[in-house]
Design a protein around this ligand. Structure first.
Ligand code: P6P
Length: 335
């Protein structure tokens, strides 16, 4: 069966999507089209990121986003681009965006899919030329078509995802995604405007010697987190923390390691968002043989109660995440 053959490095994203659609006997092409819509927006955002230093669109936008953070112009631009691509593509009925407090009704009442997206994560890194990323998650709607998406459509657990991916705008621009049949990475060739398969069937190392955490919050780590960090230091791990989730995650996915954003004094429920940061990366890492939890429960099984809810995030090589969970399980309950 041709679609079962490993597709050669250099296959374009379009051809890959088409050939992999054959893995789904009843696929009717909408999810394929939705992935193409996302890839198109990624190309446009990539161009604007690369030019941002030149055109005066970098720097603070002057108004706060729903997260209360200084809004950089590029994440406004990225949000507009992804929403427009998804609205025009017609496959998504509703979008949950990190940049918008309310879910966005695209008007595509026949759209079968919900997309949760962080259009440009780590946007405070833009002006200092640090890698940044887009993270997205796709669910099939549970309500009947012919009407706008409902809250039940938007608040599904991560186990219900039908696709998830990220774009990393770094030394090269890559799109990495899964539809539940493994993880594949594509590298963008701007002169051709194409993504080419460069990292087929990514498998994350079972363990590693990299730990990624903001040690500036050490004073408020729980005893278990503090003990795990000390374990990494005693074992002479490498501390690698870029402060840009997609960049830290991508490095650890390929090299092995663990990224932790635990509960801290400043972020008592953790900082990262379940719907469009933790769940998509958890789906990807599990498809690559890794593990993701909130320190106690599997990320993908956390029940969402709100679009922008935060959760503690432990993700990466399965043996390291399991070890961190054991440290948390042994911590004495603070008096
Ligand atoms: P801190 C960037 O703002 C972000 O959302 C992630 O990309 C990154 O991993 C994290 O927050 C950094 O947070 O508190 O360490 O600066």
């Amino acid at each position: 069966d041709a679609s079962k053959l490993a597709l050669p490095v250099g296959t374009t994203l379009d051809r890959f999507i088409m050939r992999k659609q054959e893995d789904f006997p009843y696929a009717t092409g909408e999810l394929s089209q939705l992935l193409r819509d996302i890839a198109l927006a990624a190309k446009i955002v990539n161009r604007e990121i690369n030019r941002s230093g030149l055109i005066d669109i970098a720097g603070a936008y002057g108004n706060q986003n729903v997260q209360g953070e200084e809004q950089q112009k590029l994440d406004v631009v990225a949000n507009i681009r992804f929403i427009r691509a998804l609205r025009n593509g017609g496959e998504a009925c509703t979008i949950i965006s990190e940049e918008d407090d309310e879910a966005i009704d695209t008007g595509n009442v026949q759209g079968k899919y919900i997309v949760a997206i962080d259009p440009l994560d780590g946007s405070s890194n833009i002006d200092v030329n640090v890698s940044i990323g887009t993270i997205f998650s796709v669910y099939r709607r549970v309500s009947p078509t012919g009407q706008p998406g409902t809250a039940a459509d938007c608040l599904q657990p991560g186990t219900h995802q039908v696709a998830a991916g990220y774009v990393i705008y770094g030394s090269s621009t890559m799109l990495v995604y899964t539809t539940g049949n493994g993880v594949n990475g594509f590298t963008y060739e701007p002169s051709l405007g194409e993504f080419f398969l460069s990292h087929p069937d990514i498998q994350t190392p079972r363990t590693g010697t990299i730990y990624s955490i903001n040690e500036g919050s050490s004073n408020s780590f729980s005893p278990g987190v503090a003990a795990f960090v000390r374990h990494c230091q005693d074992a002479q791990f490498s501390a690698r923390y870029i402060g840009s989730l997609v960049a830290d995650f991508h490095r650890n996915l390929l090299k092995g390691g663990i990224y932790l954003y635990p509960a801290t004094a400043k972020n008592p429920a953790g900082k990262l968002r379940l719907m469009y940061e933790c769940n998509p990366l958890a789906f990807i890492v599990e498809q690559a043989g890794g593990r993701s939890s909130n320190g106690y429960a599997r990320t993908l099984e956390l029940e969402p109660a709100a679009c922008h809810q935060r959760c503690p995030f432990f993700i990466g090589s399965p043996e390291l995440v399991a070890l961190a969970e054991r440290f948390l399980a042994q911590e004495t309950v603070p008096a």
